[in-house]
Design a protein around this ligand. Structure first.
Ligand SMILES: C[S@@+](CC[C@H](N)C(=O)[O-])C[C@H]1O[C@@H](n2cnc3c(N)ncnc32)[C@H](O)[C@@H]1O
Length: 143
């Protein structure tokens, strides 16, 4: 699934995955220490905006410019600022030691590989995986 697929998926007015943070992210977010947080495969920004509302400087990375445009609109609605980066995680360089935590969606092979790199580069990590068949979530955390 490439950028065209995701841009088409997000090309609607409402939020495909909603505007509330993922349950697992909300559960562990308070344990992320102060500092910048990296959100990989962030989509329309629901987790990034939530983490920004807790006071983190958040960088959200995704393949889809349409999704990240919606993420910036969601941030504005909530009165927070987030940085958004349109990039393919297969090539995205994760700055070692630059992040207090990461919040990564492992729903696709490229994000999963990038999340592993993030785990090696971040002090704290809250990665999570979509269990597609049941639309449930399983979390993994080092917090
Ligand atoms: C299932 S959606 C989840 C979005 C968001 N994490 C959420 O839960 O609301 C998966 C996301 O992964 C992104 N994605 C898939 N492959 C990617 C890649 N190679 N690089 C960057 N983002 C990618 C898609 O654009 C999409 O936004």
């Amino acid at each position: 699934m490439d950028a065209e697929f995701w841009n088409h998926r997000y090309a609607r007015d409402d939020f495909v995955y909603g505007t509330e943070p993922n349950d697992f992210v909300a559960e562990v977010a308070a344990r992320i220490p102060p500092g910048p947080v990296l959100c990989l495969a962030e989509g329309e920004g629901r987790n990034a905006v939530y983490l920004a509302s807790l006071g983190h400087a958040v960088t959200a990375v995704d393949l889809s410019m349409v999704a990240l445009g919606k993420a910036q609109k969601l941030a504005a609605v909530h009165g927070v600022k987030i940085e958004t980066v349109v990039a393919d995680l297969a090539a995205y360089r994760i700055e070692p030691g630059a992040w207090a935590g990461d919040c990564s969606d492992l729903g696709a092979p490229a994000p999963a590989a990038a999340a592993k790199r993030a785990r090696a580069s971040c002090g704290r990590t809250a990665v999570w995986r979509r269990v597609r068949a049941r639309s449930l979530y399983a979390g993994a955390t080092d917090l």
